[in-house]
Design a protein around this ligand. Structure first.
Ligand code: FAD
Length: 275
């Protein structure tokens, strides 16, 4: 059976935090997700705010998966953070290399996710279920499609249990990717990352950076709506619902929604699905 899960980022303001915990979370929790995940700024730039949201969600009895990366942190700092999470009752992590926050320049360093996975296993044994990232349309810095696949396998072989993909709108890229993963011996679940269409300008900019393609027909349709936000909203829900339904019908092991800390349109898409 397919699961659903929801991703948050740590809000920057007290108002944002209160809205996330008191309004958004009860509404999304009612949709019966397997877990909520909370992103992490590489280099520890959101260490305290990620920890704070994770702690608050744990206190509500919610299954939370903090994202984690080494960034510029040393082993002791990450080991201490892992211990804090264990003490809170966290059982799941999303282990990443991460990207350096802009402005950090050469002051930061990046440690491959496979090394973090190995470190977490070394420190905490089988305690955590570890998720890693996967890229059906290839990670933008990868040397080649094949090398990116090889490094995904390395993360899973280092002890990760499953993967969550970067979002995509070309469903064929995901199915092709699953076939290629199977061909090199990857047999762990690869959950589909789902990005609802909210702010199209921001989405288009972000997609250029992370290497996710927005198909031309979607761009053309949205541009054709001009300032008609209601039509864009409805079209976005229709397109992403269709994408999710195709994934579910084809046996995708799960859908992980990048909620952007919003209830809608994730709730509407979820309610449209034959789950
Ligand atoms: P890795 O798996 O380490 O790979 C990074 C690149 O290096 C790839 O091109 C890979 O092919 C290559 N590579 C891997 N291993 C080796 C090796 N041994 N030698 C040479 N090359 C290698 N970013 C954040 O900052 N915070 C978050 O919370 C966050 N959450 C995310 C959640 C999901 C589900 C996804 C899909 C992405 C998320 N990201 C997040 C973005 C992610 O951090 C970036 O895409 C980052 O650039 C790569 O991280 P990774 O863990 O995939 O890296």
């Amino acid at each position: 059976m397919s699961t659903i899960s929801f991703e948050y980022f740590p809000p920057k303001t007290a108002e944002g935090r209160a809205a996330l915990l008191e309004k958004t979370t009860p509404a999304l929790q009612a949709l019966d997700p397997a877990f909520f995940s909370v992103t992490y700024g590489a280099g520890g730039s959101t260490r305290d705010s990620t920890l704070g949201i994770v702690e608050a969600l744990c206190a509500q009895g919610i299954d939370v998966a903090p994202h984690l990366s080494f960034g510029a942190d040393d082993r002791d700092t990450i080991a201490a953070l892992l211990q804090r999470y264990r003490d809170m009752g966290v059982r799941r992590l999303v282990a990443l290399r991460g990207d350096l926050p802009s402005g950090m320049g050469s002051a930061g360093q990046l440690v491959y996710a496979s090394e973090l996975v190995a470190f977490v296993r070394e420190q905490t044994g089988a305690h955590f279920h570890i998720e890693v990232a996967a890229y059906p349309e290839i990670h933008p810095q990868a040397d080649s499609y094949d090398s990116d696949l090889k490094f995904l396998k390395r993360k899973l072989d280092a002890g990760a249990d499953s993967a969550i993909t970067q979002y995509f709108y070309n469903v064929e890229s995901y199915f092709y990717f699953l076939d290629q993963c199977a061909a090199i011996g990857i047999d762990k679940p690869i959950v589909a990352g789902i990005m609802p269409i909210t702010n199209f300008t921001n989405l288009a900019r972000f997609s250029r950076n992370c290497g996710a393609e927005i198909p031309r027909w979607i761009c053309q349709r949205i541009e054709g709506y001009g300032d008609d936000q209601e039509s864009i909203r409805q079209f976005g829900i229709e397109v992403v619902t269709q994408l999710c339904q195709t994934l579910l019908d084809s046996g995708a092991p799960g859908l992980h929604f990048y909620t952007m800390n919003q209830i809608e349109p994730t709730r509407q898409i979820r309610n449209n699905l034959g789950l």
